[in-house]
Write a protein that binds this ligand. Structure first.
Ligand code: UGA
Length: 434
């Protein structure tokens, strides 16, 4: 099939590449000339495991092309995905200027039937707005569909190729038929394509992310209680996760959720609720708990040093908001670094993928180490902020040798408490006994 993807951000690139992988011809449109040049030359601007290989192959086989011309893009595809940014406004609402701007321009170009698909996470009612924006300049037949993505950064290719489910919001039979055909190769194992109306599909996306964020904040509160009551959150997690109704996944406490999705989507849903005079009380608490959790590890550190952080030197392992990505948006590590610097400490950091991005923000205020062990030189304490696999079974002798003092603050509960004690570490983690 011939597909167009407008927007070559994270979602657009994964969507375009994965659709080309099953034999479709995909034309990706972006206004950023330099980015398009790079993509044409085979340079992938984001880090996502497995993506580059698929991208290179499909580019070579001419199933994937890039252009800055919306006209060229729209002429190409019968199915047009909109994968455009929806940044949060100051009040928490999602700003639709890019989505609606492109929709209006598409209306000026259309000459025959197209399915226009909202792939971005957009507030309920956006499909209707897109419909109206296109219809301003075009009175022929077209459909606007909500088809939210449920991709996790770090495993996005796998999530796209083998989705748990595909949610499609449209009541148009013509669009349903086309999309059933498009997605058939991705649901061969029997995972469902769930058809519904546009509004329900739009809300499904927010409900999924808000529910997952709630799960995390809930566990972070249980962890806080564990610390105060002398219980072990690892045990409680296993104890409740074995109940199918609760499920084992997404029950890990830590230093708060980050990334470009959960914080933004929770805020946007609260805002949408307010607009229809509903106070989404749980979600206000979810956000508050998350803010508190992001400074929880810093509070532990301050307590350990009796607030005397001036002159201390900290090593931080992990800067990305989670492993297998270079994404640092809303990353808890950034807040930890700021708090430490503010308190007069110095910081050295190591992350396998995200150091460049952090360098662009903090410059030379901290030291960026070549390896996870270099990072430890003369450190008073090691802080673990992201659970990259290479941090899970480190060479403890090397750690002990490099550090000035043997103190570890672990925001991701990577190590066994007893073993850390045996090795001679002062070890503090989240929701577990000291
Ligand atoms: C999330 C959703 O999981 C995807 O389904 C969705 O498509 C995506 O947002 C989106 O809206 O585009 P993502 O932001 O990539 O995906 O990251 P997650 O793996 O969901 O992790 C989010 C945050 O929760 C991370 O900061 C992670 O450290 C934290 N987390 C996750 C925990 O603190 N505990 C857990 O048990 C799981």
């Amino acid at each position: 099939m011939k597909i167009t993807v407008v927007g070559t951000g994270y979602v657009g690139l994964v969507t375009g590449t994965c659709l080309a992988e099953t034999g479709n011809h995909v034309c990706c449109v972006d206004i950023d000339q330099r980015k398009v040049e790079k993509l044409r030359n085979g340079i992938m601007p984001i880090y996502e495991p497995g993506l580059e290989k698929l991208f290179e192959r499909n580019l070579k086989e001419d199933r994937l092309s890039f252009t800055t011309s919306l006209q060229e893009g729209i002429d190409h595809g019968e199915i047009v995905f909109l994968a455009l940014p929806t940044p949060p406004g100051e009040d928490g609402s999602a700003d639709l200027k890019y989505v609606l701007g492109v929709a209006e321009n598409i209306g000026k170009i259309l000459t025959d039937y197209k399915v226009i698909i909202d792939k971005s996470t957009v507030p309920v009612g956006t499909a209707e707005k897109v419909q109206a924006a296109v219809a301003k300049n075009y009175d022929g037949e077209f459909d606007v569909v909500s088809n939210p993505e449920f991709l996790r950064e770090g495993v996005a290719v796998e999530d796209f190729m083998k989705p748990d489910r595909i949610v499609i919001g449209t009541t148009s039979e013509r669009a349903q038929k086309l999309l059933t055909e498009l997605y058939a190769p991705y649901v061969r194992q029997g995972n469902p394509i769930i058809f519904m109306d546009e509004r329900s599909a739009e809300l499904t996306k927010y409900a999924a992310n808000a529910f997952l964020a709630t799960k995390i904040s809930f566990m972070n509160e249980i962890a806080q209680l564990c610390e105060r009551l002398g219980a072990d959150v690892d045990m409680v997690r296993r104890g409740i996760g074995s109940d199918d109704r609760i499920g084992k996944r997404f029950l890990f406490p830590g230093i708060g959720y980050g990334g470009s999705c959960f914080p933004k989507d929770v805020q946007a849903l609260v805002f949408s609720a307010k607009e229809v005079s509903y106070e989404f009380q749980i979600l206000d608490a979810v956000t508050e708990v998350n803010k508190r959790q992001k400074v929880h590890l810093v509070n532990k550190i301050k307590r350990y040093y009796n607030n005397g952080l001036a002159g201390k030197h900290f090593a931080i392992w992990g800067l990305a908001f989670k492993p297998n990505t270079d994404d640092i948006r809303e990353a808890p590590a950034l807040e930890i670094i700021n708090a430490l610097l503010e308190a007069g400490a110095t910081v050295a950091a190591f992350d396998p993928e995200a150091m460049e991005n952090v360098k662009n923000i903090v410059g030379d205020k901290i030291v960026f180490a070549e390896t996870q062990y270099d990072c430890l030189q003369n450190a008073d304490a090691l802080i673990i902020a992201t659970e990259w696999n290479e941090f899970r079974t480190p060479d403890f002798d090397k750690i002990l040798e490099a550090m000035k003092d043997t103190v570890v603050f672990d925001g991701r509960n990577l190590f066994d408490i007893e073993q850390m004690e045996k090795k001679g570490f002062h070890y503090e983690s989240i929701g577990r006994p000291l």
